[in-house]
Write a protein that binds this ligand. Structure first.
Ligand code: FA5
Length: 343
C-alpha cells in the first residue's frame, strides 16, 4: 500500500515494522503515531482535511488487516498431538512434540471409513459404540436374562463396580432402537450401523485378538425378512471386495436374534493369499439374524407390526483377508514396520 501523504507513509512504515514484533497485535491500533495523525486533522486547512483523513483511514484498515491475518487460528498454529509420548525425564521443560508428519492413519480406521461409506450409500446412519458399558446393555436388553448360560460365552472384562468393556457392538442395539423408533412412526425404517472397539478375554492366535473392531448393523421396518438380511450383507461384501462372491448361512444361536445365522463366504482365489486353502474354502465372517421380538419390545417397538435384522462383523478379519495379512495381532502391535505399509 502506497500513501500519497508523506507523513502517513512514514507512520505506515514504522507501524508495519512494529506490528510484526508485538505479542498482542491489537495494540498497534492504539499506537501514539496513529492517534497523532488523527489529532492533526483539525489543524489542517479545510480543503486538505478530507484527503488526509481518507489516507489515515486507509492506514487504519491496512493495520487491522495485518492484525487479523497474524492472529493465531487453528489453521496457522502447529498441531498438538495429545497422544505423543513425552520424555518423562525432561523435568520442568516442556516436552518437544513429535512431528505430525511422522504419523499416519491406522489401516483399520482407513478401512472402517471405506466400509461406512458403502453403508451410507445404502442409506444407513452411523452411531459410534462405547468402550465401557453396563450389564443391562451387554446382556439384559439383548434377551440374556440373569443367570442365562449364554452369558458365559462372552468372556468379558469387568470392573469391580460391574462396568463392562463391551465384548460386542450389540450393546448399542437397545439405545439405537429407542433413539430411532420415531422413524417407524413416520413410515421410515431404522437403518443404523455401529462401528466400535470391543474386548474379549480370549486365547490369542492368528485370527483371535483380545481387542478388535466390529461393525454392528440393525434394520427395522414393516415386512422385513431374512432375504433382506442376506441381500444387504452380500451387496456390502461384494462392494468391499470389488468382486462377486458366493455366500451361505448356517444356523447358529444368539439370544438376541431368532433365527440366528453364521454368514460365510466362499473365499475366491484373490482373497486366499498365503493361506494355502482349497477352492471350497468357506470362511465365517459374521454373526447375524432376525431381531428377537423381546429385543424390539424392550425398546418399545411392537414386534407384531415391525420386524428387522441385525449383524455384527469383525472388521479386523475383513481387512486381514483383503490384504492377505497373516496375523491379526499386527494391528494392535504398534509395529511401525507393519503400519507404514499402509501409510
Ligand atoms: C457377535 O459378537 C454378535 N454380537 C454378532 C451379532 C450381531 C449376531 C447382531 C446377531 C445380531 P461373534 O462372537 O460371532 O458374534 O462375533 C462376530 C464377529 O466378530 C466374528 O464373526 C468375527 O469376525 C469377529 N470376532 C469375534 N471374535 C474375534 C476375535 N477374538 N478377534 C477378532 N475378531 C473376532
Amino acid at each position: 500500500m502506497n500513501y500519497e501523504n508523506q507523513k502517513v507513509a512514514k507512520v505506515a512504515e514504522t507501524l508495519r515494522q512494529r506490528v510484526s514484533k508485538l505479542k498482542n497485535k491489537e495494540d498497534i491500533l492504539k499506537a501514539i503515531e496513529l492517534k497523532a495523525l488523527y489529532a492533526e486533522i483539525p489543524t489542517l486547512p479545510a480543503e486538505q482535511r478530507a484527503d488526509f483523513g481518507k489516507e489515515i483511514n486507509l492506514l487504519k484498515r491496512e493495520l487491522q488487516e495485518r492484525v487479523d491475518s497474524e492472529q493465531p487460528t487453528a489453521s496457522n498454529l502447529p498441531p498438538i498431538d495429545v497422544t505423543a509420548p513425552f520424555d518423562a525425564n525432561s523435568g520442568d521443560k516442556k516436552p518437544e512434540l513429535l512431528s505430525s508428519q511422522n504419523g499416519s492413519k491406522h489401516p483399520l480406521m482407513t478401512e472402517m471409513d471405506a466400509i461406512l461409506d458403502i453403508f451410507y450409500r445404502m442409506g444407513f446412519n452411523a452411531v459410534e459404540s462405547r468402550q465401557i458399558d453396563d450389564d443391562y446393555h451387554m446382556f439384559e436388553s439383548l434377551n440374556f436374562p440373569e443367570g442365562h448360560p449364554a452369558r458365559d460365552d462372552y468372556d468379558t472384562f469387568m470392573t469391580k463396580e460391574g462396568l463392562i468393556a463391551p465384548a460386542h457392538t450389540s450393546t448399542m442395539q437397545n439405545r439405537v432402537l429407542k433413539k430411532y423408533k420415531e422413524n417407524l412412526e413416520k413410515g421410515e425404517p431404522i437403518a443404523v450401523v455401529i462401528p466400535g472397539r470391543v474386548f474379549r478375554n480370549e486365547d490369542l492366535d492368528a485370527t483371535h485378538e483380545h481387542t478388535f473392531y466390529q461393525l454392528e448393523g440393525i434394520y427395522v421396518d414393516k415386512g422385513i425378512n431374512a432375504g433382506h438380511l442376506i441381500a444387504t450383507l452380500k451387496t456390502f461384501l461384494e462392494e468391499y471386495y470389488q468382486q462377486e462372491l458366493k455366500v451361505k448361512t448356517q444356523p447358529f444361536y444368539f439370544p438376541f436374534t431368532e433365527p440366528s445365522f453364521e454368514f460365510a463366504i466362499n473365499r475366491p482365489e484373490s482373497l486366499r493369499k498365503g493361506t494355502g486353502t482349497e477352492d471350497d474354502d468357506w470362511l465365517e465372517l459374521l454373526g447375524c439374524g432376525m431381531v428377537h421380538p423381546n429385543v424390539l419390545k424392550m425398546a418399545g417397538i411392537d414386534p407384531s407390526i415391525y420386524t428387522g435384522f441385525a449383524w455384527g462383523v469383525g472388521i479386523d478379519r475383513l481387512v486381514l483377508m483383503k490384504y492377505g495379512i497373516e496375523d491379526i495381532r499386527h494391528f494392535e502391535s504398534a509395529k511401525l514396520e507393519f503400519l507404514r505399509q499402509f501409510a
